[in-house]
Design a binder for this molecule. Structure first.
Ligand code: HEC
Ligand code: HEC
Length: 258
């Protein structure tokens, strides 16, 4: 029942956004196969997917596919900012994304999940049905919208003035939306933003709950990540600048409202 509701909710969101981000068949697949979503939910908590029989997907993605806010090499927690480490992304709203894995190179969600099972969890080769069910579950995870936010990523009329100014900067002078494209806030192509290579443009829905930030978890706060991005973008344009305290506060207010 719960699963059915979740899948339906995600489907509604996908239908609303499909012209921009999601192929229609994704929507159909979710609506068509709630049984696969239910199987995927059970597999998500199944430790037999791991080589040592002790780790499930939910260990690192607790709270229905969210993030444990940690940085890993394999299944070992490492210090945030370790260049080989990768911070755990939230899977909330993953069905809307255009690319998977920090490298952005996974050809599909199924291929990405297979890589995690075989390479990260050192588990046995998963059956195609296992991958299909896990992918169905992940695709169906709803993206929680902040109360002041519309499905398109624009603040609703009742949102605070700071959130609205932050949105204007995000889609305007800040240049953020050139890479974090609304409404998914990501982009198909990886981008090199001078952080150690080319990485996926991460989706920003629920971003206030996904620290630490960047592929290696180098930033503990949204303000640090936003300041870096602002400075990178403006240096690239040939007009180096730092955000003013007010601009930074407004952008952070907007991101916190997502
Ligand atoms: C030991 C912790 C850990 C476990 C266990 C784990 N993950 Fe992850 N997951 C991560 C990390 C870290 C990343 C980012 C890795 C990267 O991109 O290089 C990730 C990335 C992902 C992504 C890509 C999301 C995106 O938007 O790029 C998906 C999907 C995913 N995991 C699903 C799963 C599933 C399904 C399982 C169980 C089969 C699982 N994970 C088990 C830590 C974990
Ligand atoms: C040129 C493309 C590009 C532009 C422009 C850009 N970003 Fe990013 N952003 C990225 C990439 C790529 C990453 C991931 C970097 C990494 O992991 O090393 C990222 C990461 C982030 C993160 C961290 C999210 C997370 O989950 O770790 C935040 C927050 C963010 N950007 C906000 C912004 C804001 C605000 C702006 C505008 C001031 C902006 N970005 C402009 C490409 C861009």
């Amino acid at each position: 029942m719960l699963i059915r509701t979740r899948a339906a909710l995600a489907a509604v969101v996908l239908v609303a956004l499909s012209p921009h981000v999601a192929p229609a068949q994704t929507v159909q697949a979710q609506v068509a196969d709630p049984a696969a979503v239910a199987r995927g939910k059970a597999l998500f908590a199944d430790t037999s997917l791991s080589g040592n029989g002790q780790i499930s997907c939910a260990a690192c993605h607790p709270a229905n596919g969210h993030t444990d806010n940690k940085t890993y090499i394999g299944v070992d927690i490492v210090a945030d900012g370790n260049p080989q480490g990768r911070s755990t992304p939230s899977l909330w709203g993953a069905g809307l994304r255009s690319a998977y894995s920090w490298a952005g190179t996974a050809p599909s969600l199924e291929a990405n999940i297979r890589g995690i099972i075989v390479n990260r969890m050192k588990g046995p080769e998963p059956a195609p049905e296992t991958l299909a069910a896990l992918a169905a579950y992940v695709r169906a995870l709803p993206v929680p919208r902040g109360p002041g936010m519309g499905d398109d990523g624009a603040p609703v009329a009742a949102a605070s003035a700071g959130v609205k100014r932050g949105f204007d900067l995000f889609v305007g002078a800040g240049g953020c939306a050139t890479c974090h494209q609304l409404p998914s806030f990501d982009k198909k192509e990886a981008e090199n933003v001078g952080s150690g290579g080319a990485f996926k443009v991460p989706s920003l829905w629920a971003v206030s709950k996904t620290a630490p930030y960047f592929h290696d978890g180098r930033y503990a706060s949204l303000a640090e990540a936003v300041k870096y991005m602002w400075e990178f973008h403006n240096a690239k344009l040939g007009t180096p600048s730092s955000p003013s305290a007010a601009e930074l506060a407004d952008l952070v207010a907007y991101l916190e409202a997502l």
